[in-house]
Design a protein around this ligand. Structure first.
Ligand SMILES: Cc1cc2nc3c(=O)[nH]c(=O)nc-3n(C[C@H](O)[C@H](O)[C@H](O)COP(=O)(O)O)c2cc1C
Length: 353
């Protein structure tokens, strides 16, 4: 296991870079601009009739939004997670811890307890597949129970690891580890990317070993390869710079997974409630938002509250303007695609029709 202070220093770097650094994709977008929902000029519904409620990871959400996995393992992370979790509780949305590796490696508890401020919110634990593969399921269950989490997210991040100076270089055995944990853990398991997206082929392989929930973690929002680029030595910085725009755009990843026996959360460049409406129209059950909510939290808890409220108001507006009373209706709302989205969906293994 690496030294704990290294992990804590890395987590601190990540937070600073994600809040104020140049870490967005440069050329690539999530492709929300390549899908339009068709306007309904005569919606036979009242705003208050619109239901945003959905079920995710075995829990009911008041709105189909989760605060995506970001942080833990430092005092600063602890304060951030308390704000994020309290906001999730207030809005009836989900909250995800960042990687619990610091807790696993050396028992660092900072930031991994939020149940006192979020007694009833959906709370999701988090571990990288490489770390999860290296420990028995009982040890992972202890982490989940320590944090009072309802479910565990296992993250896949080979792009970030390849760009990270101290990153993992051996990705063998990931699927077998996921199969073991899904069958033994006893709480729902979600498998997520962290910014490079999931293809249909990966979705099929996950479904075949019993996974029921995935998160696209698609390209177009925060680029983890860009984050690592800022931390790297000159040689690896050049490699990371080459790959900073690597990945499947989130909209294409969501559409490519449609029809598989998987609940899909769309994360990666979901910056507004309108983006969320498009993701749900493409087949997502809910959306995840990481950096935009982190940046709002940096302005204070009230700013975070306003950001979540505005996000949900936009989603509700899109539902009214498409004449959709429920999220199920939104799944089949008429839409228009522009290139390169259909080409991307086909290339990621989906049906662009
Ligand atoms: C500061 C920060 C830390 C993150 N740490 C983790 C992590 O520990 N585990 C994980 O699965 N994803 C992590 N992510 C990835 C996010 O969950 C998400 O997949 C990615 O940032 C794309 O979403 P965005 O475009 O809304 O930022 C992190 C993201 C940010 C911004």
């Amino acid at each position: 296991m690496p030294d704990t202070s290294d992990i804590a220093a890395r987590k601190a770097d990540h937070l600073t870079l994600a809040t104020s650094g140049d870490v967005a994709f440069h050329q690539k977008t999530a492709l929300w601009e390549a899908i339009d929902l068709v306007h309904d000029a005569l919606p036979e519904l009242a705003v208050d009739e619109v239901s945003l409620s959905t079920e995710w990871l075995g829990r009911r959400l008041r709105a189909p939004v989760v605060i995506a996995a970001m942080t833990g393992g430092t005092a600063r992370a602890a304060a951030i997670n308390r704000d994020l979790a309290a906001a999730a509780e207030a809005h009836g949305i989900g909250f995800c811890f960042g990687s619990q590796r610091p807790l696993l490696a050396r028992g660092i508890e900072d930031g991994y307890r939020v149940r006192d401020v979020a007694p009833s919110a959906l709370v999701v634990g988090n571990l990288g597949v490489v770390q999860a593969a290296a420990v028995p399921t009982a040890r992972i269950r202890e982490l989940v129970e320590f944090s009072g989490a309802d479910a565990l997210a296992i993250h896949l991040n080979p792009g970030q690891e390849m760009a990270q100076p101290e990153g993992d270089r051996d990705f063998r055995g990931g699927l077998a580890a996921i199969e073991r944990i899904v069958s033994e853990l006893g709480v729902p398991v979600l498998v997520k990317e962290t910014g490079c997206g999931l293809s249909r082929r990966v979705g099929e392989r996950l479904a075949a070993v019993g996974v029921r929930y995935v998160d696209t973690g698609g390209a177009g929002g925060t680029s983890w390869i860009a984050v690592e680029m800022h931390r790297a030595d000159p040689e690896r910085r050049a490699l990371a710079a080459r790959f900073r725009d690597w990945g499947i755009p989130t909209a294409a990843s969501v559409a490519a997974l449609r029809g598989l026996p998987l609940g899909v959360c769309a994360t990666g460049g979901v910056a507004s409630g309108l983006d969320a409406a498009k993701a749900i129209a493409l087949g997502a059950t809910c959306v995840g938002v990481a950096r935009p909510f982190l940046q709002a939290q940096a302005e204070g808890a009230a700013a975070l509250d306003r950001a979540i409220e505005a996000f949900i108001a936009e989603l509700r507006t899109a539902m009214v303007l498409t004449g959709c009373r429920t999220l199920t209706e939104l799944h089949t709302a008429p839409r228009v695609f522009a290139e390169p989205l259909p080409r991307w969906i086909a290339a990621a293994g989906g049906s662009p029709g």
